[in-house]
Design a binder for this molecule. Structure first.
Ligand code: CO
Length: 300
């Protein structure tokens, strides 16, 4: 058994997306090869409705899958496949854009105006970039929740963890996506297959991942962002990128720690990315935008 050392500790950056939604981007755009097969992780957590109600009106995607996991409030959505509905707290929406989908995602807060959710983008391999679009919605009660002897709770969004499989199926990057809560003061080891890229995103409490103190506070991002100085420990909104190994270790702080633990097998393919469309070559990218202009983007 070898514990994965930490490669980087990054603070999520304030970002304005969609029609004016204030969110935090943990990673995305720029060089994301260390996260391959994942492209982006957004944390849309907000207590001020005017900062998110403008939402993400109709826009296209091609070549990727987007995974939305809601913790508070709801996200109303609609897409060109005819799906309409709302994802509520604890629900998961998995959208395979494949050769093309046009959708909208409109966050609505809960009674107190609070909104919290995550969107992860997983890349599709070249062989599946033009696959048929697909949509899966999983309601909160269908998401397996496992509790270990020490009180650690794992909700399995996708993939297999602690011998149990999550409900989202048929995902190209074969991700394992778990929402983990470790009780105050506990030290916990969690398995992550060696062949995978893996990261954790902390969204409640704090703690230390493996040897996350001292020399690991390397400023790799956040230059110029006043409130995004590299964290010394993995506190709220910290992204922890792991190096290779087959386990991660976390020491929970006095309030415990809750984080997303995500891993996937790298695709190792060229990435041509503009906005919501991610292909392998510039030609494919140009073709997608030409089709959008001509109105031939959606294929039946
Ligand atoms: Co979208």
């Amino acid at each position: 058994m070898s514990i994965r050392p930490i490669k980087r500790l990054i603070k999520a950056k304030p970002t304005l997306e969609g029609a004016g939604v204030h969110l935090r981007r943990a990673f995305g755009f720029g060089n994301t090869s260390e996260f391959d097969p994942f492209l982006l992780l957004d944390d849309f957590r907000n207590d001020i409705p005017s900062d998110y109600l403008a939402g993400f009106p109709w826009h296209p995607h091609r070549g990727i899958e987007t995974i939305t996991y809601v913790l508070a409030g709801t996200v109303e959505h609609g897409d060109s496949l005819g799906n309409r509905g709302a994802i509520a707290a604890g629900d998961i929406q998995w959208m395979t854009a494949g050769r093309g989908i046009i959708h909208q995602e409109m966050p609505k807060g809960d009674q107190t105006g609070r909104m919290h959710g995550f969107q992860l983008w997983a890349n599709l391999p070249s062989s599946l970039k033009m696959t048929a679009p697909r949509y899966q919605e999983i309601k909160a009660p269908e998401v397996p929740e496992l509790t270990d002897d020490d009180g650690t709770v794992a909700r399995i969004v996708c993939g297999e963890f602690w011998g149990k499989r999550g409900p989202v199926e048929g995902i190209a990057a074969d991700p394992i996506y778990v929402d983990v809560a470790v009780p105050p003061g506990e030290r916990k080891r969690l398995p992550v297959e060696t062949t995978r890229h893996a990261f954790a995103y902390v969204f409640a409490g704090d703690g230390k991942f493996c040897n996350a103190s001292g020399p690991l506070a390397v400023p790799t991002e956040g230059v110029g962002w006043a409130d995004t100085a590299p964290p010394k420990e993995a506190d709220n909104r910290s992204l922890v990128l792991f190096d290779s190994g087959d386990e991660v270790e976390v020491q929970a702080g006095e309030d415990g720690i809750r984080f997303l633990l995500v891993s996937g097998k790298p695709l190792q393919e060229p990435v041509a990315w503009y906005g919501p469309i991610v292909m392998n070559t510039q030609e494919e990218l140009q073709q997608a935008f030409q089709e959008l202009e001509k109105g031939t983007f959606l294929k039946s």
